[in-house]
Design a protein around this ligand. Structure first.
Ligand code: G6P
Length: 754
């Protein structure tokens, strides 16, 4: 109702404004016309009375002349008339003529007007509006040419009443105001009624569509989405039998209910716990800097089972049992870590070579040229086989649930499927999937696609990557694609291709192991030698060219250039974990980052302050969370990133609902964390403006944004991510079982699957 009233007020106000504008224009134009009319009529009066006037022009004829003038002023609009000799003497005037109007005065005004406007023909009528005590009047001066050649005898003055024009103008004003008011009112009523009717029609049509009665094409995409959403929620409920937020318990129950007695095996290159030989000769446990590990570890903790990974730590061999297994997490063991050992040659070809010099740059748009070597692919194949066999050995029945992680193991799903045809294999590609044209760069694109299609489900971070994958299959493989169901059938094996945006555990464990926010802030500022009111920004990454760390420093530099008030006040702390350092590109990047930080520091540093603190070493999660909690803002500037869990971790760390997230638009996280300040990291003007906005953001706005993002993460946590994949896999398996395992009729499976 309030909205309708507001709408009406706006419309009526605009109506009034329009009426005023129209009245002003009309007055101006009509006044001009009236004046022209008076001048013309005065000319005609002069012409018709000329002979009679000239006949009485002689001296001593004053009375006759006055009687003649009295005749002329009978016209209701002429107030008075005057006969003037050419030298300015009045020969006769009617009694009601205002005394201010005299022959000399009229002649003077006319001379002045002629001087300004240029001489009109001396024979033409001249006139002007005079402001007289009784109101405005129009005074016209009509020249009287001589009857015979000779000097002009004089002129006639006619004073016209203007009050009737003013009365008409007032009437016009009133009329226009009422007419426009009425129009505005009618327009608003018609608009409201039309909007209501069409909204009602739209809703009706939508409802009919949902109920399957209408056939209108424009609703098809909406309906498909709505139906899919409703069916997915219903299926999750029906299969999962539960509701509410996803938690470790709910995930475990879902697993037990649909995959009773079946073991969960995670296959990932990176292990969740690394045993390292410490400097003092002892052994220490390190949590690797890996979004994959941060996300998947809580899932395996909830589900139990085994994690198969490369044993890369210097003390890893000492920590395992005779079967190369170690129970983790340390002190709270609930699953096994099975370590595989790789020779330096294997690691070089499989991990550094194909995975990180080939596939990583192939999948990320970060201007790094992928390198493909035959030897690397041979090592990749051999290592995938080695890991696939290890996975199969870990299975204690023929139908385990295998969660294959990331681009290190594109071939493993098909190899596992060969050995365990009844297994539920869920592969998740944590990084972007390139478009089909770009994938064409890779000489082994078909092998990679075939390998992944050994999975029951191939999961990606976004729908775009699913589409890219389906396009790639379409272009490079002989396979049946069902785009409606987002699935592929190859060699009789159906694989669903679906987006499952990854997330973090909620609640996340680390803030509980860290001091209160005020304490974190106090200790971090003291550690950096900063004043209590210093502004603190933080960046946390592996040192990788996809993370845009140099662009981040350049944005800080631009901020200091544009807003010098931050010089001496803002400190940017970059925690950079060394990564893949055996590769030349990564070593060069590490040096380039240091050079850029040094250059900016040299440019702006003051006595005991520098803008960028770069810490290039491994940091354990409690340290990282201490910085998250101390900071005023966190800037994630990835040039391309499947998801980026640093963004989500920063939000999880801020249980005080303060701090601002500035987030690259090229991360998967930017699609979900809509309350962050989303920027293009290449655009230093935009990025530095966002940093400034973040640093000036009022606490209330920070709280509102943080609260919304935290509510999102509480709902869309990593247990839901894993649960959704398990629920989809369970449905697929149920339907496949119902049809018989050999069936390759995806159409039938997919129909039942819905
Ligand atoms: C990315 C990849 C992960 C990888 C992590 C760390 O997040 O998607 O698979 O574990 O980087 O890289 P690293 O090579 O050290 O395992």
């Amino acid at each position: 109702m309030k909205r309708v009233a507001r709408f009406l007020i706006v419309l009526l106000a605009s109506g009034a404004l329009l009426a005023w504008l129209a009245a002003t224009v009309v007055t101006h134009v009509s006044r001009h016309w009236f004046e022209e009319d008076i001048v013309e009529r005065s000319g005609r009066v002069g012409d018709s009375a000329r002979a009679a006037l000239l006949a009485r022009w002689a001296p001593g004829q004053g009375e006759a002349l006055t009687a003649l003038l009295a005749n002329i002023v009978r016209d209701e609009r002429i107030m008075g008339a005057m006969a003037c000799a050419e030298d300015g003497r009045a020969l006769a005037r009617t009694p009601l003529l205002p005394p201010q109007v005299g022959c000399a005065a009229v002649a003077k005004r006319r001379t002045e007007a002629r001087a300004q406007a240029g001489p009109p023909p001396s024979s033409s009528v001249w006139g002007a509006v005079w402001d007289l005590p009784g109101g405005n009047a129009y005074v016209a001066m009509v020249p009287l040419p001589a009857a015979q050649p000779g000097p002009r005898p004089g002129f006639l003055v006619l004073v016209n009443d203007l009050s009737f024009i003013e009365r008409r103008e007032a009437k016009t004003h009133r009329f226009l105001l009422v007419a426009f008011g009425l129009l505005a009112f009618l327009a608003s009523v018609i608009t409201i009624v039309a909007a209501r009717l069409s909204w009602r029609g739209f809703r009706k049509e939508l409802l009919r569509f949902i109920q399957g009665e209408s056939r209108r094409k424009e609703f098809l995409p909406i309906i498909r989405d709505v139906r899919e959403l409703v069916e997915r929620i219903a299926a999750e409920r029906e299969i999962d039998g539960q509701g509410g937020a996803w938690s470790p318990q709910r995930l475990k129950q879902t697993l037990v209910r649909h995959f009773p007695g079946e073991k969960v095996i995670v296959l990932a290159n990176r292990e969740p716990y690394i045993h390292q030989r410490a400097k003092d000769g002892g052994m220490e446990i390190v949590h690797p800097a890996s979004g994959l590990v941060a996300a998947v570890e809580p899932v395996l903790r909830a589900c139990s089972g085994v994690w198969v990974a490369h044993g890369s730590g210097s003390a890893d061999r000492e920590a395992v049992d005779a079967h190369d297994r170690v129970r983790v997490p340390p002190g709270d063991a609930c699953y096994s870590l099975r370590r595989l050992w790789l020779s330096a040659e294997e690691e070089k070809g499989y991990y550094y070579g194909l995975a990180n010099e080939g596939l990583w740059p192939l999948c990320h748009l970060a201007h790094m040229r992928p390198i493909f070597r035959n030897g690397d692919f041979a090592a990749y194949k051999a290592v995938n086989l080695k890991f696939a066999e290890a996975v199969c050995k870990e299975a204690d029945a023929d139908d385990p649930v295998v969660l294959v992680q990331d681009y290190h193991f594109a071939l493993a799903p098909r190899l596992i499927r060969k050995r365990l045809p009844r297994a539920t294999i869920i592969s998740f590609w944590h990084i972007p999937w390139p478009n089909s044209e770009r994938l064409g760069i890779c000489p082994w694109r078909a092998e990679l696609l075939e390998g992944l299609l050994g999975s029951s489900i191939v999961g990606f971070q976004t729908q775009l990557y699913c589409n890219n994958f389906l396009d790639s299959v379409d272009r490079y493989l002989e396979a049946r694609i069902d785009r409606e169901q987002s699935a592929v059938v190859q060699r009789g094996q159906p694989s669903l291709v679906r987006p499952y945006p990854i997330s973090i555990a909620w609640p996340v464990e680390w803030p509980n192991q860290t001091a209160a926010v005020e304490e974190c802030r106090r200790s971090v500022l003291a550690e950096l030698g900063l004043a209590e009111d210093a502004l603190l920004a933080v960046g946390v990454d592996r040192i990788d060219y996809t993370k845009g760390i140099e662009e981040r420093f350049l944005a800080v530099e631009r901020l200091l250039e544009r807003f010098p008030a931050y010089v001496g006040r803002l400190t940017f702390v970059q925690l950079g974990a060394p990564s893949r350092s055996l590769l030349e590109h990564y070593r060069q990047l590490d040096q380039a980052i240091e050079r850029t930080a040094n250059r900016i520091n040299a440019r702006f540093a003051r006595a005991r302050w520098k803008p960028i603190h770069l810490s290039r070493t491994h940091h354990e999660p409690p340290t990282i969370y201490r910085f998250y909690r101390a900071a005023d803002l966190c800037y994630v500037s990835s040039l391309h990133d499947g998801m980026n869990l640093v963004a989500k971790e920063f939000v999880a760390a801020r249980d005080d609902e303060r701090g601002v997230l500035v987030l690259s638009q090229f991360t998967g996280a930017a699609r979900e964390l809509a309350e962050s300040l989303v920027v293009n990291p290449y655009d230093l003007e935009e990025a530095s403006s966002a940093l400034d906005t973040a640093l000036r953001m009022p606490p209330d706005e920070q709280r509102d944004r943080m609260r919304a993002m935290r509510a999102f993460l509480a709902e869309f946590n990593v247990y839901r991510w894993a649960g959704a994949m398990l629920v989809d896999a369970a449905r697929l398996r149920r339907k496949a079982n119902a049809l018989g395992r050999s069936s390759d009729d995806l159409g039938r499976i997919a129909r039942l699957d819905r």
